[in-house]
Design a protein around this ligand. Structure first.
Ligand code: AMP
Length: 232
């Protein structure tokens, strides 16, 4: 089974993906994560794509496909993938269809998590990431999760918060600045919204729109209903 998962920045794709993967026996592959890893590793590819990604713009299709193709060569994805944040353009959708088709597979469903622009902005700009990206990497929202203050900076008493999963220090994500978030929201409206429609109309994939505004458990329940009723 292969699933496409879309939603504005902060819509909860990362949070919900574990549950979907477990229920459907698929492996999550996030092009955003793959792209961030290339940039962090300062690879040749990372240097080419850095400016696009850090400005909140889409990385050109051929480059995303190159990065993704490498990941899809690994054995763990043979049984099915949850594509998080991919495809984002009609061209990418065609490439994905071709790649799956060559392997006798197809997109079985598209999940779109829907939140307002204001909620997207609030979730992204008040979100901190665990400083231990290797062993933990959990995100925490300052307002929704009210993390514990473990220390204060000597300079100006700014609180330093603890990760809700491992207790280590939380740090600001470098995609949390409002201007960058706004560009990503605008890009979503310009490129991804029309694409999600196209995936239903032109590509003929079943598209399931899920309200991403309630709490984490409520969203998970709604996703589980879609899975039970349509994908079992
Ligand atoms: P995400 O974490 O999915 O919001 O992705 C972070 C950033 O990576 C985006 O703002 C884009 O710059 C880039 N990116 C991720 N997926 C894609 C894609 N399928 N096509 C083009 N750019 C992408």
């Amino acid at each position: 089974m292969d699933i496409v998962f879309h939603g504005k920045p902060g819509s909860g794709k990362g949070t919900q993906s574990d549950n979907i993967c477990e229920k459907l026996g698929v492996v999550a592959v996030s092009t955003g994560d793959l792209i961030r890893a290339e940039i962090k590793g300062n690879t040749e590819m990372g240097q080419q794509i850095k400016a696009y990604s850090e400005a909140g713009k889409l990385v050109p299709d051929e480059l995303v496909m190159d990065i993704l193709a490498q990941r899809l060569e690994q054995e763990d994805v043979a049984g099915g993938v949850l594509f998080d944040g991919f495809p984002r353009t009609a061209n990418q959708a065609k490439m994905l269809e071709a790649w799956l088709g060559e392997r006798g597979r197809k997109v079985d469903a598209v999940f779109a998590l829907e939140i307002t622009d204001a909620e997207s902005m609030f979730r992204c700009t008040y979100r901190l990431g665990c400083s231990d990206k290797v062993n933990c990497g959990k995100d925490t929202h300052i307002y929704y999760h009210r993390p514990t203050v473990i220390a204060r900076s000597e300079a100006d008493e700014t609180p330093i918060f603890a990760c809700r999963k491992c207790g280590k220090k939380l740090v600001m994500r470098n995609d949390a600045l409002p201007l960058k978030v706004q560009t990503r929201i605008d890009t979503y409206h310009e490129e991804t919204d029309p694409l999600v429609e196209l995936l239903g109309t032109e590509f003929g994939y079943p598209v399931f729109k899920i309200d991403g505004m309630p709490g984490i458990q409520e969203i998970e329940d709604a996703i589980n209903v879609v899975i039970e009723e349509n994908l079992r």
